[in-house]
Design a binder for this molecule. Structure first.
Ligand SMILES: Cc1cc2nc3c(=O)[nH]c(=O)nc-3n(C[C@H](O)[C@H](O)[C@H](O)COP(=O)(O)OP(=O)(O)OC[C@H]3O[C@@H](n4cnc5c(N)ncnc54)[C@H](O)[C@@H]3O)c2cc1C
Length: 417
């Protein structure tokens, strides 16, 4: 067991690094968060804000490979792989494709389920005990189908979720759906309501959580990029940063989609690809939905927030691309028009993209670096980083402490690739 670490530096001020800092600070550590940019400005800034145990099934489903191949020919498909020469991306896609079968899908779901369920419970505790106001609402999540056939087809998935993961939804057909959510147009196929889910405003969560952490003595240093580690006898002695070396007793790498850039120091493969997604944040339309909605056939998510309204989603594998692609943003607008009386609010406050940290098996990487005994990796949370953050933070604190982890960390082992 590694001796108790007093001073810990967390690399990455996203929701995962923040959750790690929180539980490390509760365990009595002196914590610093470093970020190469502004705190909370990565994928954690304007995502859809769902805290959703209902999303236990991973992206690696039996039909996903065919969908990915077809999408290469369609630039405005919600799931798009940009055809280009990138051996790392092709190796990643090959690994991803091999996991797209029922057995591996169920294994991935079993792995992420405890992180989802524990986090949902921890959010309740955390937000109440710390007085974090992030527009949290526990109204569940509605999976909507435009077609009757889509609705019937989903009944299979609903049965799987109920029988294998104890996740039950209430089915609403026809008028019952518009009675539940009058912002929806009549004549849709139907919807499934997962009441366990909740939602929040992600940028509010990040600023409020920062306030709480700083009040507890956690230091946040922005615009300080970590370039690597200084190694000494199988441990990290310091970080190499833009501003020189920074020493600590232990380190957490929570650099999201950029974690592979530190991979050569960590002694293991870090197969994370940026899965680019978009969102448009507006003021609330007059007929604003009250429940968060996912339009399954168009892959568009709607988040009604107390102080705004967001359309989000799409998944693009295009490397570390920093352009705001109008065509991808239009997918969100066009998709919403099919379902809502008033799909847009005015004015548009923000158009945004974020890089989801995607692993080929849909499972995050959480555990000690095999090369540096006092470094823990916490990255690769795919499409569910917000939903898995508190349990990840708690697990990281337990791993550094050497106490019994509250979830079995084996499925998240960094050495598994
Ligand atoms: C459109 C969209 C919608 C989404 N909706 C949801 C949702 O509804 N629910 C959900 O659970 N998840 C959702 N997600 C996924 C979620 O946003 C991510 O899984 C999560 O934000 C990842 O958090 P993170 O802390 O790992 O990464 P990030 O938030 O990206 O944070 C990583 C941080 O590390 C910093 N960093 C990187 N490298 C270095 C370095 N070398 N030195 C210093 N700092 C560094 C970066 O600047 C960044 O701030 C969505 C994502 C997108 C794009």
């Amino acid at each position: 067991m590694t001796p108790k670490a007093g001073r810990v530096i967390v690399v990455g001020g996203g929701v995962i690094g923040t959750a790690c800092a929180h539980y490390l600070s509760l365990a009595g550590r002196e914590v610093t968060i470093l970020d190469r940019g502004a705190f909370g400005a990565g994928a954690s800034h304007a995502n859809c804000g769902y805290v959703c145990p209902s999303h236990v099934l991973p992206l690696t489903t039996p039909g996903a490979v065919g969908m990915a191949l077809r999408s290469m020919l369609k630039r405005d498909a919600p799931f798009y792989v940009k055809p280009r020469f990138d051996p790392t991306l092709w190796a990643w896609l090959f690994r991803f494709a091999r996991r797209c079968n029922h057995r591996d899908m169920m294994a991935a779901a079993a792995a992420i389920r405890p992180l989802l369920n524990t986090s949902r419970r921890l959010y309740d505790e955390l937000l109440r005990s710390e007085g974090i106001d992030c527009e949290w609402e526990a109204r569940g999540l509605l999976f909507i189908f435009q077609s009757r056939s889509g609705m019937e087809h989903y009944a299979e998935t609903d049965r799987l979720l109920r029988e294998s993961f104890d996740l039950s939804a209430t089915r609403h057909d026809g008028d019952a759906l518009t009675a539940l959510e009058p912002a929806l147009k009549p004549g849709l196929g139907g919807g499934w309501h997962y009441r366990t889910d909740a939602h929040l405003r992600p940028d509010r969560l990040m600023s409020e959580w920062r306030r709480v952490l700083e009040a507890r003595g956690v230091t946040v240093r922005e615009h300080c990029e970590v370039k690597g580690f200084v190694r000494e006898r199988g441990r990290a002695r310091a970080l190499m940063t833009e501003r020189g070396e920074m020493t600590a007793d232990a380190f957490v790498v929570a650099a999201g989609a950029l974690t592979p850039r530190l991979g050569r120091f960590l002694g293991c493969k870090v197969p994370i690809q940026p899965g680019k997604g978009y969102s448009i944040t507006m003021d609330r339309p007059a007929r604003c939905p009250t429940i968060p909605l996912i339009f399954e056939e168009h892959r568009v998510a709607v988040t009604p927030m107390r102080t705004g309204y967001r359309l989000g989603s799409t998944m693009e594998f295009a490397g570390y691309d920093t352009t705001l692609n109008r065509r991808r943003l239009d997918i969100l607008r066009r998709g919403a028009e099919h379902y809502l009386h008033e799909p847009f609010g005015e004015p548009v406050r923000e158009e945004w993209y974020g890089w989801r940290p995607m692993t080929p098996d849909s499972v995050p990487i959480i555990g000690r670096s095999p090369a540096l005994a006092n470094v823990v990796i916490a990255a690769g949370h795919n499409m569910l980083g917000l939903s898995m953050a508190p349990a990840t933070g708690r697990l990281v604190a337990e791993l550094l402490d050497g106490t019994t982890p509250h979830v079995d960390p084996a499925p998240y082992a960094p050495t598994r690739f």
